[in-house]
Design a protein around this ligand. Structure first.
Ligand SMILES: Nc1nc2c(c(=O)[nH]1)N[C@H]1C(S)=C(S)[C@@H](COP(=O)(O)OP(=O)(O)OC[C@H]3O[C@@H](n4cnc5c(=O)[nH]c(N)nc54)[C@H](O)[C@@H]3O)O[C@H]1N2
Ligand SMILES: Nc1nc2c(c(=O)[nH]1)N[C@H]1C(S)=C(S)[C@@H](COP(=O)(O)OP(=O)(O)OC[C@H]3O[C@@H](n4cnc5c(=O)[nH]c(N)nc54)[C@H](O)[C@@H]3O)O[C@H]1N2
Ligand code: SF4
Ligand SMILES: [Mo]
Length: 712
């Protein structure tokens, strides 16, 4: 391949959910793929963050998996595709015969396209199980739950464009768009701030979001640096402040009485919940001054249009659904929904986490969020698929990992790395080691691949076409330059082959467009889309019929709940499952860096991205550093009830006293060896954002901590 032979193709950045358009083109050397800007790209108009610009660096990385591998006597050996396919199909059949279909779990991938996740969930259901899930479970599952039950759809209520143009207050709670969604932040939110909008950031940690808003008249912005896990009391202070003010000064309109009366239900429940709520005591629990929180409440309530942004700091708690419900309460009582520049907006994480959920790679819903236990919905999908779909919701991915070796005997992992990404990772590894059969389909040999029986080498994003759905529900086409390694397969090719070998019909597709055509038939919100209509701009869902433009913001006239009303419900504080005590006196929280990505499989292999921060570190507040006698740059042992890691301490007041902050990106000091496996009861999301921890200053020389699966 050379650049003379092939024009650049327009595609979408493979990292975060902003969905920036980029171009790729084969380079001079065989296998080399080059990045080029795409000036008219709809979301980013040619701008790109550090990850987008470096995205092609891993396409032809020397670590790429380039042939199928089978484990034999504990060692991997090269295998042919024929042998690998036969092995997978035989084992899937054996497990179903021996234990029934619910003994298998299937992990979809938010790094992989809509068509491919559609195929994976169809395969799971044809096999006979709803045990299919994706990384949204660890991510925005709680947000989706709260939004779906209280407003209607588990997605951003507004779009980046209307937020930039109309929002006067950006209330950013538990999200760091300056690093995790950099183009959304710089091209949309920061532009609004330059034109006068106010930012209220609620986060225990100072970061690039905090610093990116130090522009113009910075006095108006606030950073409420709360203790991890105290978001409910903080928002209850905000809500009570608004209620109290409204009682005395109804003419100020802090509460939108008309909106509350006509479009919501449950306001009395909220009032009753807050009746005996003690604001001063709550502020002390949050570790933020009451006056500061009251001032933030005033700014939000007085804004013409106020928008809430919500991220992992809210969702990844055992009270994640309640956290987001309280944000919904705030938006509903002030009438900040159903208009441009308002809403409750989760910035979705991975490049295709929105789409992976939309196409039904979740245990409780079919494509288009149709519930598996809703007979009418299920039967309408069965009519197209031609087989019976199990009618009980399946297990979530974290539950599947925890059942591994017990009720779960086999696992099919497409593009996830649970041994690093799931909480209490030592225990996850031990359980995966107990499985009878595991398939890992990835582009690299991940930490999870160590536990596989078969490894299937997939092509990367730059090599193939399909569609992905970004954070504001825009479905966009990806286009590839063709295979870099002949012996790899596109994810969809692997799934059509396995599906066709297992079942007599339903998996015979030649190209992604054919798969999309079937997806449209079973996914109402995508029904109006075709590859041609998507064109270069893409389309926002819902797009029910060809020609629909899609909605940039939702709920203009009514909510999509059964009553058509927005659901208000007061919530009470549930502290994190683990709070500091004498043995583990610090609160550990984990979050991300701009230059790294999730479990690091791609970013740590990208020279540009890895250069800045090649290994993990922990932020320690100066007062704690003094108490422990920690010097900046010194290595410490950070440990919890579940495990330990050794890493560099950075002494900084970016973090709060008593709070240690680290990242999940690095295998050698994997934060999830420490995190707590407790889940939100409804959404089943793990509490990554609060655990009890301790630091030891005397450390062993750096090295991997003990392998939990090694024999004693
Ligand atoms: N560069 C980069 N970009 C990414 C990713 C990446 O790994 N790297 N990952 C992508 C994915 S999958 C996702 S889901 C998104 C995530 O994007 P974000 O939602 O921004 O995720 P995090 O950085 O994990 O957490 C956000 C903030 O929550 C704060 N926080 C921690 N505990 C609490 C708490 O108890 N309360 C509050 N209010 N805040 C708290 C952290 O300090 C952090 O600043 O980013 C996506 N984009
Ligand atoms: N402590 C802590 N843990 C966390 C979080 C946290 O904030 N703190 N955040 C959680 C969140 S929000 C998320 S989303 C999860 C992410 O958890 P995972 O989804 O498990 O993590 P990733 O590193 O994104 O894994 C994606 C995998 O897909 C592979 N891949 C990339 N492209 C392709 C492709 O085209 N085909 C195939 N087959 N594979 C491909 C990558 O190599 C990688 O192995 O982590 C969660 N874990
Ligand atoms: S903001 Fe997200 S989508 Fe855009 S270039 Fe950066 S990582 Fe890629
Ligand atoms: Mo995520």
């Amino acid at each position: 391949m050379s650049s003379d032979q092939q024009e650049p193709v327009k595609t979408i950045c493979p990292y975060c959910g902003v969905g920036c358009g980029i171009k790729v083109q084969p380079g001079e050397e065989p296998g080399d793929v080059r990045f080029m800007p795409w000036g008219e790209a709809p979301v980013n108009e040619g701008r790109i963050c550090i990850k987008g610009g470096a995205a092609t660096e891993v396409v032809d990385h020397e670590d790429r998996l380039i042939e199928p591998r089978i484990k034999e006597n504990g060692e991997f050996r090269e295998a042919s595709w024929e042998e690998a396919y036969e092995y997978v199909v035989d084992e899937l059949e054996r497990i179903r015969e021996a234990y029934g279909p619910d003994a298998m779990g299937f992990f979809g991938s938010s790094k992989v396209m809509n068509e491919e996740n559609y195929l994976l969930q169809k395969l799971a259901r044809r096999y006979g199980t709803n045990n299919v899930d994706n990384c949204t479970r660890m991510c925005h599952a709680s947000t989706v739950w709260a939004l779906r039950t209280s407003l209607g759809a588990g997605a951003m209520t507004n779009s980046m464009r209307d937020l930039r143009e109309e929002a006067d207050v950006f209330w950013i709670q538990g999200a760091n768009p300056g690093e995790q969604h950099p183009i959304a932040n710089s091209q949309y939110f920061r532009q609004a701030v330059l034109e006068g909008a106010t930012v209220i950031q609620v986060d225990p940690h100072a970061n690039k979001t905090t610093r990116s808003f130090q522009i113009g008249d910075t006095e108006r912005h606030q950073h409420l640096q709360l203790n991890p896990g105290t978001d409910i009391p903080l928002l209850n202070i905000v809500l009570k402040t608004i209620l109290e003010h409204h009682e005395e000064n109804p003419e100020d309109g802090w509460i939108d009485e008309e909106f509350v009366a006509e479009r919501t239900e449950g306001f009395d429940h909220l009032k009753a919940t807050l009746e005996d709520f003690d604001k001063q005591a709550a502020a002390e629990e949050c570790g933020v001054s009451l006056e500061d929180i009251e001032l933030a409440a005033k700014k939000y309530a007085e804004a013409d249009n106020a928008a809430i942004f919500t991220g992992m700091g809210m969702s990844q708690h055992a009270c994640g659904v309640d956290n987001v419900q309280n944000e919904i309460n705030l938006a509903l009582i002030t009438g900040n929904l159903g208009r441009p520049g308002t809403g409750v907006n989760p910035l979705r994480g991975q490049n295709n986490v929105q789409g992976t959920c939309d196409v039904g790679a979740m245990p409780n819903v079919l494509p288009g969020y149709q519930l598996v236990d809703d007979d009418e919905a299920r039967e309408s999908v069965e009519d197209v698929w031609g087989f019976e779909i199990p009618d009980e919701p399946g297990l979530t991915n974290v539950e599947i990992s925890y059942e591994a070796g017990d009720s779960i005997k086999g696992l099919y992992v497409m593009g996830e790395n649970p041994v690093m990404s799931e909480p209490d990772a030592n225990a996850v590894a031990e359980r995966l080691a107990d499985l009878e059969f595991t398939v890992v389909q990835d582009i690299f040999h991940t930490e999870t691949a160590d536990y596989a029986d078969v490894i299937l080498p997939a092509t990367t994003w730059a090599e193939r076409g399909g569609t992905v759905t970004n954070t504001d529900r825009r479905v966009q086409r990806m286009r590839g330059v063709g295979k870099v390694h002949e012996n790899t397969r596109h994810d969809r090719e692997i799934l059509t082959e396995i599906g066709t070998r297992l079942f007599d019909a339903g998996f015979d597709f030649d190209d992604p467009e054919e798969i999309f055509e079937e997806l449209r038939q079973v996914c109402p919100s995508y029904h109006g889309m075709t590859y041609d209509l998507l064109g270069e701009e893409g389309l926002h869902w819902p797009c029910y019929e060809p020609g629909d433009e899609g909605d940039p913001f939702l709920y203009e006239d009514e909510f999509e709940t059964e009553s058509g009303l927005g659901h208000i419900e007061g919530v009470e504080h549930t502290p994190p499952a683990e709070t500091p005590d004498d043995e583990y006196p610090l609160i550990l929280t984990t979050a991300r860096l701009e230059e790294h990505y999730n479990t690091g499989t791609m970013s740590t292999r990208s020279p540009t991205l890895n250069k800045q921060t090649p290994e993990n570190f922990v932020d320690v507040h100066p007062a704690d550093a003094e108490r422990y006698g920690i010097e900046d740059g010194e290595y410490v042992r950070l440990h919890s009830r579940r495990g330990e890691i050794t890493l560099e301490a950075r002494v900084t007041d970016d973090t709060k006293e008593g709070v240690v902050w680290t990242t999940p990106h690095f295998a050698a000091a994997s934060a999830n060896k420490l995190t707590n496996h407790v889940l939100d009861e409804r959404a089943k999301i793990p509490e990554y954002k609060a655990a009890a921890a301790e630091i030891d200053v005397e450390v062993e020389p750096l090295g991997e901590t003990a392998d939990p699966t090694a024999e004693d």
